[in-house]
Design a protein around this ligand. Structure first.
Ligand SMILES: *[C@@H]1O[C@H](CO)[C@@H](O)[C@H](O)[C@H]1NC(C)=O
Ligand SMILES: *[C@@H]1O[C@H](CO)[C@@H](O)[C@H](O)[C@H]1NC(C)=O
Ligand SMILES: *[C@@H]1O[C@H](CO)[C@@H](O)[C@H](O)[C@H]1NC(C)=O
Ligand SMILES: *[C@@H]1O[C@H](CO)[C@@H](O)[C@H](O)[C@H]1NC(C)=O
Length: 277
């Protein structure tokens, strides 16, 4: 009798232990599931889902500089083959009445194809860079600070731009690079598009009947309030394209230089001049 009850006790204890383990694991499981979803922005993509670098395959010089910048920041990007002036795909989008140059049409189509790709891949937010940009050395910290102020719903975020006036401030940042409502951002060297933004832009722009260059059209769409857009001033990503902006006269209120250039830090600028200038 005594042996049986001792065995019974053992079984009973093991049974209790099993229940306890089961309860604990269930609780741990539950606790993990219920803990707030911490969204750690991936610094390798500057907090975005994805980075595309629009690149013309024959511009090996630009690719070389871009690769050095990317490896300095340890960034993870996808080079997106830009449509060139010589590309046959442009014929698909030919419009005899277009006032655009062939280069402007190629640029328009390239950005259009990127928006399509964003939808196909299902990216929530994507940074689009052109292959001739320079970054503030602390771009990662700047973007981390911008996310503190960036409203939940946005369609485009203009990190780099040109000839843009400063709009209404958004949020409160104690750092110099702050967020504003977009007014009239031109240029497409560094801007981000959300999934909703890509959907809207694909409906609103038309590479067969362009009204103007793609950046001009996007700024018209922003002005008509059909999309929600924000801009960073001063811009922490600039474009160093040939002859830019030396041939154009512009008011000094527009800023085209960086506080702390990464290309300068890495010795990629000769005699204080950007390549090709
Ligand atoms: C988009 O966001 C959702 C919700 O946060 C997430 O589950 C999904 O993985 C994201 N998509 C990509 C491509 O990162
Ligand atoms: C991303 O960069 C910011 C700013 O440098 C830093 O505070 C944060 O810890 C980094 N996050 C990760 C996941 O590395
Ligand atoms: C980035 O660096 C500049 C100096 O180059 C500094 O003034 C600014 O506060 C820094 N921004 C952030 C967000 O750390
Ligand atoms: C620029 O960045 C470098 C590297 O982080 C730093 O050593 C230097 O002090 C910065 N210069 C200015 C003017 O912020």
């Amino acid at each position: 009798m005594q042996r049986i009850s001792a065995n019974m006790l053992k079984i009973y204890i093991i049974f209790l232990l099993l229940i306890l383990i089961r309860l604990c694991s269930f609780n741990i499981f539950n606790w993990i599931n219920n803990s707030p979803q911490e969204i750690i922005p991936s610094n390798r993509t500057l907090g975005f889902d994805h980075i595309y670098v629009l690149h013309l395959d024959y511009r090996k010089d630009r690719r070389e500089i871009m690769d050095k910048l990317l490896s300095y920041f340890n960034l993870d990007v996808e080079y997106f083959e830009a449509v060139s002036k010589y590309d046959k795909i442009l014929n698909k989008f030919t419009n005899a009445n277009s006032k655009l140059t062939v280069g402007q049409r190629a640029c328009y189509v390239s950005h259009y194809l990127i928006f399509q790709s964003i939808i196909e891949e299902g990216f929530n937010n994507t940074l689009i860079l052109e292959d001739d940009v320079d970054f503030e050395v602390n771009i990662t910290e700047i973007m981390a600070d911008i996310y503190q102020n960036l409203p939940e719903h946005w369609d485009t975020l203009h990190i780099g731009h040109c000839y843009e006036m400063i709009g209404q401030p958004v949020g409160s940042s104690s750092f110099p690079n702050k967020l504003y409502q977009s007014v009239n951002p031109q240029c497409t060297h560094a801007y981000a598009v959300s999934n909703s933004g890509a959907h809207k832009l694909l409906k609103l722009i038309d590479p067969i009947k362009p009204i103007g260059p793609v950046d001009y059209e996007i700024s018209l769409i922003i002005n008509s309030k059909k999309i929600i857009s924000y801009s960073i001033h001063p811009q922490p990503i600039i474009q160093w394209k040939e002859n830019f902006p030396s041939e154009v006269s512009f008011p000094t209120t527009f800023q085209f230089s960086l506080t702390n250039s990464t290309m300068n830090l890495l010795g990629l600028i000769d005699k204080n001049q950007y390549p090709g200038q």
